[in-house]
Design a protein around this ligand. Structure first.
Ligand SMILES: Nc1ncnc2c1ncn2[C@@H]1O[C@H](COP(=O)(O)OP(=O)(O)OP(=O)(O)O)[C@@H](O)[C@H]1O
Ligand SMILES: [Mg+2]
Length: 222
């Protein structure tokens, strides 16, 4: 499956979520290619700290993406391809959306983040029309404060108002998601089955259900 992580807003957790999911897929036995399209090459650096068997992380320049992706798809060396997009809305983003089996849109529970998420959703709808592919997408709340707050309630209400499909799992603000960039260790290795590790495992189960077609994700009335 081809999973992309998109948002035109910076710092919402695209790279963090992409790394966690790609790592967990590899740790559970899949051959995974992570394409790092971010100029900062955050994930290529992360992967060098504590390499994981089965996970290949390659930084690719935007202009090389089309050709690179064609070659990788034809070679068939990987079970899954995870694509980390930069926080900008540019031509490569549209190319990636068109090739995705699922687009994950991370957003914090805040008005500006949700507004940017809606922009990506609108872009996905355009690409769907052009490609005639379904291109499922889900919003993922990230850096959520553990205690329910007025902003979290606002975020859920807004998503309901716009009929946006979202994951039941949200990624809570936790130090494990920051530490992984220091020590290279994804949360499913460091805290398997609890805390951030359990969250990532729950998210992956939802992703597999969406792609497998038996999703029980929270589908808010559209
Ligand atoms: N759930 C979380 N809990 C705590 N910190 C988090 C969480 N998710 C992300 N972070 C931290 O927030 C910062 C931004 O996250 P990240 O780099 O994943 O965002 P991004 O959307 O990829 O940003 P950019 O658009 O700049 O590429 C990082 O320092 C990361 O460690
Ligand atoms: Mg990033």
């Amino acid at each position: 499956m081809i999973i992309s992580f998109a948002s035109s807003k910076g710092g919402v957790g695209k790279s963090t979520t992409c790394a966690c999911i790609a790592a967990e897929l590899a740790l559970t036995g899949s051959r995974v290619l992570l394409i790092d399209l971010d100029q900062n090459k955050t994930l290529a650096r992360w992967a060098r700290k504590a390499p994981i068997d089965g996970l290949t992380v390659l930084p690719i320049e935007s202009k090389e993406f089309g050709e690179f992706f064609r070659k990788q798809s034809a070679a068939g060396n990987y079970d899954h391809i995870c694509i980390d997009l930069p926080g900008t809305r540019e031509a490569t983003m549209f190319k990636v959306l068109a090739r995705s089996d699922l687009v994950i849109i991370p957003a914090q529970a805040s008005e500006p983040d949700l507004r940017e998420a809606l922009v990506v959703v609108s872009d996905i709808r355009d690409v769907r029309e052009e490609t005639q592919r379904p291109i499922p997408y889900r919003l993922l709340l990230t850096k959520v404060f553990p205690l329910r707050s007025r902003v979290t309630d606002f975020a859920y209400q807004e998503m309901e108002r716009h009929g946006l499909p979202m994951f039941r799992t949200a990624l809570v603000e936790r130090s494990a998601y920051r530490e992984m960039f220091l020590n290279g260790q994804p949360p499913t290795q460091g805290e398997a089955g609890k805390g951030a590790g359990a969250e990532v495992q729950a998210l992956l189960a939802e992703i597999q259900a969406v792609i497998g077609g038996d999703a029980d994700t929270l589908r808010i009335a559209s």
